[in-house]
Design a protein around this ligand. Sequence first.
Ligand code: HEM
Length: 403
Amino acid sequence: MTATTTTRPELPVVHDDPFSVDVLRDPYPFFSALRDAGPVVWLAHHGIYATGRHTEVATVLSQWARFTNEGGAGMADIRKPGNWRPASVILEVDPPAHTEVRAALQKILSPLVVRQWREKFQAAAEELADALVASREFDGARDAAEAFVLSVFPPAVGIHIPRENAQAIGDMNFNAIGPNNELTQAAAARAQPYMKWYEDSLKREAMLPGGFGELIHQAEDQGLLQKGFAANLTRSFLRGGMDTTISGISAALHALAQDPDQWALLRSDPALARGAFDEAIRFEAPVQVMFRTTREGAELGGVALAPDTKIAAFIGSANRDPDKWPDADRFDLRRQGAGQHLAFGQGAHVCIGQMIARLEAECLLGALARRVKRLSLAGPPVHRPVNTLRTLDRLPLVVEAAA
Ligand code: HEM
């Protein structure tokens, strides 16, 4: 990895492209170079500022008064000509407008409502775990994480989404948050045939009864949300909760399959499943990077940033920052304070669906831990390169059932 210093001695330049396929397949050498180069760097390949240290990433994500979301959560400033697209009415607005929308959604996601889904998630996890153990060899990414999340999460939102549609739309979304590179263009082309179906499936009349989507539309009827917000919010909900949770559960299975002691520990106490998931998403952050724009000029890590400047906050790097995490590159489900990771973001926009993601992970990992004595890799795992999402395409696993 190469880092040099510009004519401005305080600002290092990193030349590698974090969105190249090689870096996306193994981003950790890049992250290490990014953190070592300085608290704020210039990513020459994309002409954009970036930070990869825990302190600065947390600052950028949480201090909305200095780092606004209104220029969009992606690399392009959606207020600039040529980049316009409709903004997410929750993620791409600042308080106070954000506070109102968030409060309405928070009501819908009350602990009571979430608890009502627990039984369904648990039953689906037990059934899938039985089938996986009976098959002995399976793909941890597709047959376990993806199959499980698609069986419980879209129905909870109130949508039926076939696997091909889900993956094409998810890859389009998470590539588009990054640069308009070949990955983004190919993903947009692949998703094109599903776009009409996608738009239609977010409409009120398409919502399956009893899901969060229906409650969101009802909140609009009751005047708790502005007219026209419900479909946009349902989209943010589905977009935020599907690929991320698949990625996090796959990462947990991957890490656990590589370390028999950690699997034995989880087996000895399946209640550790929740902690295992938090450590997994610290270790392999599903959302690798989010973007903000300076409002006025802002100082960050001793660097003065001009008004209206985009900055990339590399969550995947912050979660491996050795100044924050002792033995940062080790997956350790006994790690103290693993929950302080930035995988769910930080501040006003911190992930509103985190208890749903944790519930899903807890159900599936717990169900497997109760049934499987030994979990191992049956072949090399393969990551799918997506600009802003860390995700496994293949995770061949073999299990030995508990007696
Ligand atoms: C492991 C799973 C998940 C991860 C890693 C994750 C990650 C994140 C991150 C990093 C943010 C903040 C983005 C930013 O500040 O720019 C966020 C926000 C959000 N997430 Fe999640 N998420 C997950 C699961 C979910 C689920 C299950 C849902 C829906 C039930 C969801 C819905 C949302 C929404 C609506 C926001 C926007 C909140 C706001 O702007 O106030 N996410 N998520």
